[in-house]
Design a protein around this ligand. Structure first.
Ligand SMILES: CC(C)(COP(=O)(O)OP(=O)(O)OC[C@H]1O[C@@H](n2cnc3c(N)ncnc32)[C@H](O)[C@@H]1OP(=O)(O)O)[C@@H](O)C(=O)NCCC(=O)NCCS
Length: 173
C-alpha cells in the first residue's frame, strides 16, 4: 500500500488515526494534552491508507546551560560567536508499529524532522533514549548521530540509563 509522511495538526483528517497509533504505542500521554496538540509541538505521521503506522513529535527550544551555583542558579542561554541565541529541536516521541518496522519509516521520519529543524533555524536535533531501545540505537548510529551516554533523572530521584543522540544541522547561508 502507498504510504506518505505528513506534518499533522488536529485539523488534519488523519489526526484521529495518529491518536489511535499513539495510544497503541503507549505514547499518547507524552505526545498530547488529552488528545489535543501540545503547544509549540510539531507532529509527523506515516500515513498508510486510513491508518497511521508511525510518528515522530518534536519541539523547538533554546539551548540552555543548566543552572548551578556557578551560574547563580540561573540557566544560561547558549549563543553563537556573534551573540545569536542558539536553538535546537528535541524529539519527544518516536515509534513505528511493530508490523511496519524495517521498512525505512523510522529513518524517513528522522530525515523529515531534520529538514524541519533546519527550516526552524535550529543548529541541532537531539533526543534521549533509554538503554532498552536497541532498535533506536541501531537506527541513530546508522544515521551518524553523535552519542552522549547520560542518566536521565526521573521524578522522585531515581535515574534511568540511556544516551542522548545529537545531529548537527548546518544552516544554509
Ligand atoms: C526505533 C524504531 C522507530 C525504528 O523504526 P523502523 O521503521 O523499524 O526503522 P527503519 O526501518 O527506518 O530502520 C532504519 C535502520 O535502523 C537500523 N535498525 C532498525 N531496527 C533495527 C533492528 N531491529 N535491528 C538492527 N538494526 C535496526 C537498521 O540500520 C535500519 O536500516 P536497514 O533496515 O536498512 O538495515 C522502531 O523500532 C520502534 O518503534 N521501536 C519502539 C519505540 C522506540 O524505541 N522509539 C524510540 C525511542 S522512544
Amino acid at each position: 500500500m502507498d504510504s506518505k509522511i505528513e506534518e499533522l495538526s488536529d485539523e488534519h483528517q488523519a489526526w484521529q488515526a495518529l491518536l489511535n497509533h499513539l495510544a497503541a504505542m503507549n505514547m499518547i500521554h507524552w505526545a498530547t494534552d488529552s488528545g489535543k496538540p501540545k503547544p509549540d509541538r510539531f507532529y509527523f505521521a506515516v500515513i498508510c491508507g486510513a491508518e497511521v503506522v508511525g510518528h515522530l513529535t518534536i519541539r523547538k527550544q533554546a539551548i540552555l546551560v543548566p543552572a548551578s551555583a556557578l551560574t547563580q542558579n540561573v540557566d544560561i542561554p547558549l549563543t553563537a560567536a556573534d551573540g545569536e541565541p542558539l536553538s535546537e529541536v528535541f524529539v519527544e516521541t518516536f515509534a513505528v508499529n511493530p508490523d511496519h518496522r524495517r521498512c525505512g519509516y523510522g529513518r524517513a521520519l528522522q530525515e523529515r524532522a531534520l529538514i524541519k529543524a533546519e527550516l526552524l533555524g535550529c543548529c541541532q536535533m537531539r533526543s534521549w533514549s533509554s538503554a532498552d531501545r536497541v532498535e533506536n540505537y541501531a537506527l541513530k548510529i546508522s544515521m551518524g548521530f553523535s552519542v552522549l551516554p547520560a542518566l536521565y533523572p526521573m521524578p522522585g530521584g531515581s535515574a534511568i540509563s540511556g544516551v542522548y543522540f545529537v545531529k548537527r544541522i548546518e544552516q544554509a547561508k
